[in-house]
Write a protein that binds this ligand. Structure first.
Ligand SMILES: *[C@@H]1O[C@H](CO)[C@@H](O)[C@H](O)[C@H]1NC(C)=O
Length: 305
């Protein structure tokens, strides 16, 4: 049945079919988001690196998060900004699969790392006396190695086990290559991939989200015992801002990857902007702007030279 269909070697991304005004607006949005993602994350990375006082698990994890966010946004945004005004929005099948694989790998690593960071805060706030014993250097290094290697393996192995082959249609209604958008264009049986995406989603999206929510509930519970009203409200507003970004990120990814919708529709590409574009920019802001250590380090490094 597939015998007489042509073999697809490149995709055409038709996500940007809006009017010129909307495309200009999107371009400005992408540029602002990308520039602030790079600046914010490089800044955070640098500040932690040069401040010995911040060589603690929490900031090392934050550095890893910045590293992921730089890679994650560079995986898609520069190409999107080029494509938005170009006539031929083509991408080779190999390039597309590489972009998909990188996106899944970094996305999964980010989701699981956010859960580790919530756990780290939970231990620090709820068991302050045991913190340095529980989160010692060896444990942290182990966690990070397992995260990177494990996520690399589970995002790569399915693609090696059952390589995707495309035939027939090659137009993708999306801004970038995403597995969920090109899966329906693959020939042959895609049930293996549907199952894999669901199972991976369970372990890298839903489970970490539940874990994060439980950790924050414990944190909030323990914050309630803080005597001073000012301290309590500051802790609450920090938790609230973390949880806002967390819910936005996981909510958007779960909607796209795990919601039982039968086909990929064009509303998905706008939801994808939330986790693909907004989150890498918001992470450094949310995790560092409200953080007095980072403000202090910044003042020391740049004001008092
Ligand atoms: C990631 O975290 C580990 C363990 O805390 C740390 O040793 C390493 O330097 C971090 N790597 C990056 C790139 O931030």
């Amino acid at each position: 049945m597939v015998g007489n269909q042509t073999h697809v070697t490149e995709f055409i991304l038709i996500g940007f079919s809006q009017s010129l005004q909307i495309r200009i607006l999107l371009f400005i949005l992408f540029l602002v988001f990308y520039a602030s993602a790079i600046l914010g994350n490089v800044f955070l990375f640098f500040i932690v690196l040069v401040s010995p006082r911040m060589h603690t698990p929490m900031y090392f994890f934050l550095c890893n998060l910045s590293f992921i966010d730089i890679g994650y946004s560079s995986n898609s945004l520069p190409k999107m900004m080029v494509d938005i005004f170009s006539r031929r929005r083509r991408i080779s099948v190999t390039g597309c699969l590489a972009q998909i694989n990188t996106g899944i790998f970094l996305g999964e690593t980010e989701c699981t790392l956010l859960a580790v960071m919530a756990y780290d805060r939970y231990i620090a706030i709820c068991f302050p006396l045991y913190y340095t014993t529980i989160m010692n250097r060896r444990v942290c290094t182990k966690i990070i190695v397992i995260l990177w290697v494990g996520n690399f393996l589970i995002s790569t192995i399915p693609m090696i086990l059952k390589p995707l082959v495309f035939c027939g249609e090659n137009k993708v209604d999306h801004f970038v290559c995403e597995i969920i958008a090109i899966l329906s264009l693959a020939c042959g049986d895609i049930s293996f991939y549907e199952t894999t995406i669901f199972v991976l989603g369970l372990f890298t999206l839903l489970l970490p989200l539940v874990f994060i929510v439980v950790s924050y509930i414990c944190i909030i519970y323990s914050v309630l015992t803080i005597r001073s009203v000012a301290g309590r409200s500051r802790a609450f507003s920090t938790c609230a801002s973390h949880l806002t970004v967390i819910f936005m990120y996981y909510g958007a990814t779960i909607t796209v990857y795990m919601a039982p919708s039968d086909t990929f529709s064009s509303k998905h590409k706008y939801i994808a902007l939330l986790y693909g574009t907004a989150t890498p920019t918001l992470n450094p802001l949310i995790y560092s702007l409200r953080n007095s250590d980072i403000k202090d380090a910044f003042r020391k490094k740049f004001y008092f030279f």
